[in-house]
Design a protein around this ligand. Structure first.
Ligand SMILES: Cc1ncc(COP(=O)(O)OP(=O)(O)O)c(N)n1
Ligand code: 3NM
Ligand code: MG
Length: 209
């Protein structure tokens, strides 16, 4: 598994109307290393269907698939999982998914939440939001200094999220982020070609740091 890269996150509003597969394909062609399926609908059968298709796509592009919020879907597909503070037990997820599974935790702007997540079995820690986010405007704010502190204290992958664009990404990379988790700055594009170009530019920025 690569240790740095672009972490693309899907959004059911941005990727409605048949855009999910072509836009994700474009992100993977552009070099996204991790993909999170983030769908807040309660439509279990559509979620299973979409996540299964994404699992195939990720496999053929050597990309890790991570399911947001839903341990049972991650377990069913044998893929990774991302849990927020209100999304259930990391220990239970680790137990159910096994020692090799990629399991991430939202840590907001708190090194203590990160230390706790690591002790409970997280494979990566995610901090944010670093900039104003169209997708999640109410998320608590974090600053790049936090990334520097996390870098000094923890050795597992550090993820930055929230309002990230090609323009502001270098600040976070310079402060120590390993992965940039992006929704609107990647998928908020008029066509799939633009998504691919953005993904490859993010990937180049990350590799250059
Ligand atoms: C990589 C990454 N970091 C943070 C989040 C946010 O998770 P959460 O706080 O559970 O919020 P929702 O995404 O579930 O709305 C994330 N999804 N991914
Ligand atoms: C899902 C999510 N979680 C955040 C956090 O800070 O925990 S910010 C966020 C939204 C990320 O989307 P965009 O790249 O469009 O800002
Ligand atoms: Mg969540």
């Amino acid at each position: 598994m690569s240790q740095r890269g672009l972490y693309a996150i899907t959004d059911s509003t941005l990727l409605a109307d048949g855009k999910l597969l072509p836009y994700v394909t474009a992100a993977l062609r552009g070099g996204a290393r991790w993909l999170q399926y983030r769908d807040k609908s309660g439509d279990a059968s559509r979620r299973l269907d979409e996540a299964s298709q994404l699992a195939q796509l990720c496999k053929s592009h050597d990309c890790e698939l991570i399911i947001n919020d839903d341990l049972s879907l991650a377990s069913r597909l044998g893929v990774g999982l991302h849990l927020g503070q209100e999304d259930g037990s990391l220990r239970e997820a680790r137990q159910q998914l096994g020692s090799q599974a990629l399991i991430g935790a939202t840590c907001h702007a708190s090194l203590e939440l990160a230390a706790q997540a690591i002790s409970e079995g997280a494979s990566y820690i995610a901090f944010g939001r670093f900039f104003q986010s169209v997708t999640k405007p109410g998320a608590p704010a974090a600053t790049p200094v936090l990334l520097q502190q996390a870098r000094q204290r923890f050795s597992l992958p550090i993820i930055a999220i929230g309002g990230i664009t090609l323009h502001n990404a270098p600040q976070l990379l310079g402060a120590g982020a390993d992965y940039l988790a992006v929704i609107n700055g990647l998928f908020g594009a008029l066509d799939a070609d633009t998504v691919q170009l953005r993904a490859s530019t993010f990937s180049q920025l990350i590799n250059a740091c």
